[in-house]
Each structure stands twice: as C-alpha cells, then as structure tokens.
Design a protein around this ligand. Structure first.
Ligand code: NAP
Ligand code: MG
Length: 403
C-alpha cells in the first residue's frame, strides 16, 4: 500500500451526537485513517461533554477554528426540555451552531450534492444552487406585542445624545399585532464580504435579493451596503475571475432561479434564507445530501452536514437494529475541510484524495448502491439498499480502485 498522506496543520475536528457521531467514527475508520495520517485537534461537542464543561468546549472549538482556519463539525443536539431530562443536563445549553456562528461572525452556505441518478424536481436545474443565509437579526431577534384593543403604536428611537425620533406605526381601532426588529451595518457588511469572498472562492456568480421597493430604509440598507462594498473592494476581482454580482428583488430572483440551470450563489436575508434553503434542498431531493459551510469574513471555514443527528435512526442503532442512514453530507463535510486544509497548506495529495473520495461516493450512488432515504429518489433500475456501514465500505471499494 502507498504511504499515507501527511498533513501539516491540524484540522479542528468537532465531534457531535447520536447517529451522526456513529457515522463520524465510521468515516474516519473506513475512509480516512487508512489513507491519511490524520492530524486533528479534537473537540467533543457531544451533549455529555458540553454539559460536563459547562459548554466551554463549544467556545474553545470555535476559537480553535480561528487559530487554525479550518474545522469540520458533526451534527449536534440543540438542547430542549426533553433533552434536559434525557441527558440530565445542568441547564438547557444554547445551540452550539449559534455559539460558533456568533464567535466566527460567519455566514452559512448550503449546497446540494448533485448525482445524475437523482433528478431535481425543477427540470432546468443542472448545477447546484448555493444559498447564503445571513445569520443575524431581523425576526430572529424581534420584539413582539399582541395589541388587545384601541391604541396607538409608535416607533421611538432615543439616541445616546438624547435626540428622539418618533413615528406612528398604526393607530389601532381594535386588536392586532406589532413587531419590532433590527439589524446592524457591521453584521450586514460582514455578510456581504463573506458572500463576495465565497463567490470568488467558488468562481460562481452571486445573486442578492431583498424587498427594497417596499422596505425603503431597512432592506434598502442591505442593498446599498452590498453595492458599496462590491464597488470599493470586489468589482475588479470579480471581473478578473469572470464572475458577476447582481442585485434584484426577491420575487424577481425566485422567478429567475426557477428558470435557471443553477450554478449560482443566492444570498438571502435571514428569514428568506431559512425558507429558501429548505425549498432548494427539497427540490434537489434530500436533506441528507445537503452540505453546509460556515465562512467568516476573515476567511475561516467550518464544514458540516445540513441535517441533524438523525435521532430516530440512533435509537434503532441503540436497540441493535441495522440502520441505513445516509452519510454523504457528513462525508462531504470531511472532504470539503480536507480540500481547504490542503489548499491552505499546499498539499496536493490531500486535495486529490478528497476529490477522489467524493467521486467514489457519487459513483457508488450512481451504481445504485444507496441508503434507504434515496430509494424513491434514485432513478437507477437495479437498486441495492445497504446499511450505514456497508455504504461506506462500498465507497471504499471504489476509492481503492481509484487510488
Ligand atoms: P434530522 O436529524 O435532520 O432528521 C430529520 C429526519 O430527516 C430524520 O428523522 C430522517 O427521516 C431524515 N434524515 C435526516 N438526515 C438523514 C440522513 N443523513 N440519512 C437518512 N435520513 C435522514 O432533524 P431532527 O430530527 O429535527 O433533529 C434531530 C436532532 O438534531 C435535534 O436534537 C436537533 O437539535 C439536531 N439538529 C442539529 C443540527 C446541526 O447540528 N447542524 C441541525 C438540525 C438539527 P426518517 O426518520 O423518516 O428516516
Ligand atoms: Mg429552517
């Protein structure tokens, strides 16, 4: 056997929970450590360890990504009341993804893995569509009020110097609802830079949409800040890379995306991104085939799967039953991170290996060897449904043939 590939800088390895934690180890054992002298700095974000460390480990993992530049993360449980009981937690710890995102000030890019035998529901789509979702503010940090009867709602801002601006929202004759929300120039600018950098990195066009015709100050600020940063910092780089940036209204962009062949990055405000990424994922086939990468404006990368810990499958696994869980998105998180590490450290062998591993896994699905979730989606005639572990062994057989 050929010598194992050596790494220079450690990859920040962030372990997680339930079925994806099982898959994590299988991927390493079957597909990575036989070929790479894997150099990682390991953080255990499994719920038990988060609880034991008072969630310090989550913060430490994010700081490690800042230190080394690249991380790969397993899906993790976001604690809720049920989980507090199930794991006997000291408290309901915050979402690890939220904590990491806040520390890296990052934007999340979600891209489907495309295979020929799984046709998107939209006939014209041939290339993946990446959704870039702003991860701060708007309705996710809103203040709401249920109006019970007659009265006047006002929008009041008091500056630190005591200047007061006040506008009537509505004079209510009867019951209704009010909501206040905000965003920050700093956060919007970070979002814009993350999108422009990612478009250059991927050599793909960037589309950005809001509803500035209706929201003449709020959404218009997003549009203006993007344009200003583009004109001042990115225009020439985009021209050199032969890619395009354009802004258009959200309803216009929806129509364009539907008629397109895909292959672009679509930047969305927080709520639009939440909704549109689920639509794009479903239209391409399956959540289990959706990859996700968090990119900070400084150029730190954290790769992960878009799906959760696949809890139901894990309980089957615990009962000793065989599972058929799709490992593609978690596998692509690893290949994405290895490629990026290879790029940054100039290790061609690592980049080549990651490409081959992706090719081998796609080939496996194209040949009809699939996990249960793809049974109804795959158009291959002779399908063979395999277990979680056997899928990875089948990928390995094809990988060996390529190496
Ligand atoms: P989920 O784990 O994504 O699973 C939802 C359902 O989608 C599964 O029950 C399964 O359907 C199907 N599915 C998802 N991934 C699959 C895969 N790889 N292979 C096959 N089928 C797959 O979402 P959830 O059940 O809402 O959440 C479970 C836990 O994950 C929660 O504790 C949540 O906090 C956490 N979560 C974490 C992240 C993250 O870390 N990024 C993201 C989302 C959720 P069937 O059961 O019908 O087969
Ligand atoms: Mg959502």
């Amino acid at each position: 056997m050929a010598k194992k590939i050596k790494m220079l800088t450690p990859l920040v390895e962030i372990d997680g929970d339930e079925m994806t934690r099982i898959i994590w180890k299988m991927i390493k054992d079957i597909l990575l450590t036989p070929y790479i002298e894997l150099k990682t700095e390991y953080y255990d974000l499994g719920l038990e360890c988060r609880d034991k460390t008072e969630d310090k480990v989550t913060e430490e993992s994010a700081l490690a990504i800042k230190k080394y530049g690249v991380g790969v993360k397993c899906a993790t449980i976001t604690a809720n009341a049920d989980r507090v009981k199930e794991y006997n937690l000291k408290q309901m710890w915050k979402s690890p993804n939220g904590t990491i995102r806040a520390i890296l000030d990052g934007t999340v890019f979600r891209t489907p893995i495309i295979v020929d035998s799984i046709k998107p529901f939209v006939k014209t789509w041939r290339k993946p569509i990446t959704i870039a979702r702003h991860a701060y503010g708007d309705i996710y940090r809103n203040v709401e009020y249920r109006v019970k009867g007659k009265g006047k709602a006002e929008l009041v801002f008091t500056s630190d110097f005591g200047e007061v601006s006040s506008q009537t929202i509505h004079a209510f004759d009867g019951p209704g609802v009010i909501q206040g929300m905000h965003n920050l120039d700093h956060s919007i600018q970070s979002f814009a830079r993350a999108c422009f950098n990612y478009a250059l990195d991927q050599k793909q066009d960037l589309w950005f949409s809001t509803k500035d015709t209706i929201s003449k100050d709020y959404d218009h600020t997003f549009k203006d800040l993007f344009q200003e940063i583009y004109d001042n910092e990115y225009k020439d780089k985009f021209a050199a890379a032969k890619i395009e940036y354009f802004y258009t209204l959200i309803d216009d962009v929806v129509a364009r995306v539907m008629r397109s062949e895909g292959g672009m990055i679509w930047a969305c405000k927080n709520y639009d991104g939440d909704v549109m990424s689920d639509m794009v994922a479903s239209a391409f086939g399956s959540l289990a085939m959706m990859t996700s990468v968090l990119v900070s404006p400084e150029g730190y990368y954290e790769y992960e799967a878009a799906h959760g810990t696949v809890q139901r499958h894990y309980y089957k696994h615990l009962k000793g039953e065989e599972t058929s869980t799709n490992s593609m998105a978690t596998l692509f998180a690893w290949t994405g991170a290895l490629k990026k590490r290879g790029e940054l450290d100039g290790i061609k062998a690592l980049i080549d290996f990651a490409h081959k591993l992706e090719k081998a896994s796609i080939q496996t699905i194209e040949e009809g060897v699939i996990t249960k979730d793809l049974e109804d989606l795959s158009e291959v005639k002779h399908k063979r449904i395999v277990s979680t572990e056997n899928f990875l062994r089948e990928v390995n057989e094809r990988l060996v043939a390529m190496l």
